[in-house]
Design a protein around this ligand. Structure first.
Ligand code: GLU
Length: 478
């Protein structure tokens, strides 16, 4: 089709609404209830001035709380020039379903500040972040029991520490103040394993999805991640951790990656640590030895690279009606939020591909945020009470086995068995358990509902039903 005759692509928000509607028809729920679940409950739009050099810049910012069926509401804050109300609404909406799918007891929210963070100095970013937090405080739109932000595109631990500090300045008497934001640095009441959490969750989700023999047979692949070829779009926090963990712990072969400067492809695989080191040293992935380089203007070629698993880990609306037919990967693993439009999805599904949807796959971030929030409310590191006790108990069992059997257990084996869990061990196992259980639930919907044939619709059905049951138990809807 030529450009002029093609139907306009749905916006990100429209895609999310389409996904909801597709799934809603399989739930049999009252239309009024579905409308309530679908609607964004609160949208805050703010403008505030910040002095940058000799100028005053008026900054546009948002916080959207999509659903209050559970509180606090939860979701990251994005710093990007592309931020707009609809985008933040779409992202907040996804957070609601995401939390429901992984049984994180929060409503969905999202924040956005319309700036290019790379154009500001750290001092200016600090001013913007603190002022944004103050705007949220004014509206009673932040707090451990109200709404809890986290990092997203363009923000990280540093920004979260500023938010926490600003909140504490105003709410010094709130003993749970640390729970007002997650993704904080570990020494600022953060939790070990939060930075890698989204990428690690993506890895667990992909590993789980490819473990089913029947599902893999349908797309002509053997079960198991080992040796599968993987392409990653975007080497930010999510993309880089997904690549590292999939390679190191899952044996996946990274054959292609892209970043803002371009893309690279090497059919027989690249060591992702080496690629990241090369980028750090040269400032670019381009000309990585042995790989074919695609310059900046051709970087979207990454989506069309030959591979088993394509991981879009950048931004929304990457796979659309325009390029979907050219995607060669058999599995599209949505590490980013909204990388495939609803039109793009229809083409991919018709071509027999498996899409592991964002609402499930990238929920590892908010899952570990939930652990961080719990840690903050309990005022104690996970594992502190039981680690030594467990270690001693296991050591006693090992000794007993040695005594009863007459066999000596090597020091290496002892160290492996007789150990108590540290915070990082518990976070990782909690995350692994969450991702596996949630996948099982989504797959079960696929099995139960004869008219549902894709993972996204199944995931949305699962989410909608869980949220609906909260409303139904209140007797608000029939
Ligand atoms: N921004 C992340 C997401 O899109 C994390 C949200 C959170 O941890 O609250 O899921």
């Amino acid at each position: 089709m030529t450009k002029n005759t093609r139907k306009a692509e749905p916006s990100f928000y429209q895609s999310v609404q389409n996904y909801f509607d597709n799934a809603a028809q399989h739930t049999g729920l009252h239309q009024g209830l579905l409308d309530q679940i679908k609607a964004c409950n609160a949208v805050y739009r703010m403008h505030f001035p910040v002095k940058v050099g000799n100028e005053y810049k008026v900054i546009e910012a948002y916080r959207v709380q999509h659903s209050h069926h559970r509180t606090p509401t939860k979701g990251g804050i994005r710093y990007s020039n592309h931020v707009n109300q609809e985008e933040v609404m779409a992202l907040a909406t996804l957070m609601t379903y995401k939390c429901a799918i992984v049984d994180v007891p929060f409503g969905g929210a999202k924040g956005g500040v319309k700036i290019n963070p790379w154009e500001f100095t750290p001092h200016q970013l600090e001013k913007i972040t603190r002022r944004y937090t103050t705007e949220l405080l004014r509206r009673n739109a932040i707090g451990p029991s109200i709404d809890v932000p986290a990092p997203d595109y363009g923000t990280g631990g540093r920004e979260m520490a500023w938010i926490y500090d600003t909140y504490r300045t105003f709410k010094g008497d709130d003993i749970d103040a640390a729970g007002c934001v997650t993704g904080k640095p570990v020494n600022q009441s953060g939790i070990r394993g939060r930075t890698e959490a989204t990428g690690r969750g993506v890895f667990y989700g992909i590993r789980e999805a490819v473990s089913y023999k029947d599902d893999m047979a349908k797309i002509g692949l053997e079960p198991g991640l080992e040796g599968k070829t993987m392409v990653i779009q975007g080497l930010g926090n999510v993309g880089s951790h997904t690549a590292i963990i999939s390679q190191d712990e899952g044996g996946a072969k990274i054959v292609g990656v892209s970043e803002v400067e371009g893309a690279i492809y090497k059919a027989d695989g690249m060591d992702i640590h080496d690629v990241l080191k090369f980028r750090k040293e040269t400032g670019s992935i381009l000309n990585y030895p042995g790989a074919t380089s695609f310059e900046k203007k051709d970087r979207y070629a990454v989506l069309e690279f030959e591979c088993d698993i394509l991981v879009p880990a950048a931004l929304e609306n990457q796979i659309t009606a325009e390029n979907a037919a050219r995607i060669k990967a058999k599995i599209i693993a949505e590490a980013a939020n909204g990388p495939v439009t609803s039109e793009g999805e229809a083409i991919l599904l018709a071509a027999g591909k498996i899409i592991i949807p964002d609402v499930y796959l990238n929920a590892g971030g908010v899952t570990v945020s939930y652990f961080e929030w719990l840690k903050n409310l309990s005022h104690m590191r996970f594992g502190r009470m039981e680690k030594r006790f467990n270690q001693n108990t296991y050591a006693n069992i090992v000794e007993l086995v040695e005594r009863l059997t007459g066999h000596t257990i090597s020091d290496k084996e002892k160290a492996l068995i007789a150990r108590g869990a540290d915070e990082i061990d518990l976070v990782r196992s909690g995350l692994e358990e969450t991702m596996i259980t949630a996948y099982g639930q989504v797959r079960e919907v696929l099995k139960q509902k004869k008219n549902v044939s894709d993972l996204r619709t199944a995931a949305f059905v699962n989410a909608i039903n869980k949220i609906a049951s909260d409303y139904l138990s209140l007797g608000i809807f029939p």
